[in-house]
Design a protein around this ligand. Structure first.
Ligand SMILES: [Zn+2]
Length: 155
């Protein structure tokens, strides 16, 4: 497939059937679906779940946490990263994100892409699905596809 237009141009991303994915990827997506159930989103009503697998195989999950002072809100991806990093894990191996938008995949926002990139020793896959169990289709992309030419502080 030559290019894909989902929340903007995503080159080289592909949409696969959930059933085609490896069991480890299915587990990561299912963890994100479970995490989404804990979303605190009374203002937007837009629940998102995320699951991050670190290089040692552990999975850390997050859901979005909104706040009445809107700018204090946290996305699911950053919650999951904060849980991993605060427990000493600093290398992301894979990410799953789930949100329910009828006509598009819920890819990480720009802020979360930068936040995720901080813990990318190498490129890692990002799987985006709808929170339906099982999700039918999964957008398979990566952090470098979603955030090309990213900023990295390099002393
Ligand atoms: Zn975000």
């Amino acid at each position: 497939m030559a290019g894909l237009f989902i929340n903007g141009a995503v080159d080289d991303a592909s949409v696969k059937a959930f059933d085609e994915l490896e069991n480890s990827v299915k587990s990561l997506i299912n963890a994100a679906i479970e995490a989404r159930k804990h979303a605190y989103c009374p203002y937007s009503k837009f629940a998102v779940g995320a699951a991050i697998q670190t290089d040692d195989g552990h999975i850390y999950t997050g859901s979005n946490i909104e706040n009445g002072a809107y700018s204090a809100s946290l996305c699911a991806e950053r919650v999951a990263v904060a849980k991993a990093v605060s427990e000493g894990k600093r290398q992301i191996a894979a990410v799953a994100v789930v949100g329910l938008q009828e006509n598009s995949f819920t890819t990480p926002c720009g802020l979360c892409r930068q936040f995720l990139m901080e813990f990318a020793k190498t490129d890692f896959p990002i799987y985006v699905a709808k929170p339906i169990n099982p999700p039918l289709r999964v957008l398979c992309t990566s952090i470098s596809q979603l955030l090309p030419k990213s900023f990295k502080l390099d002393f």
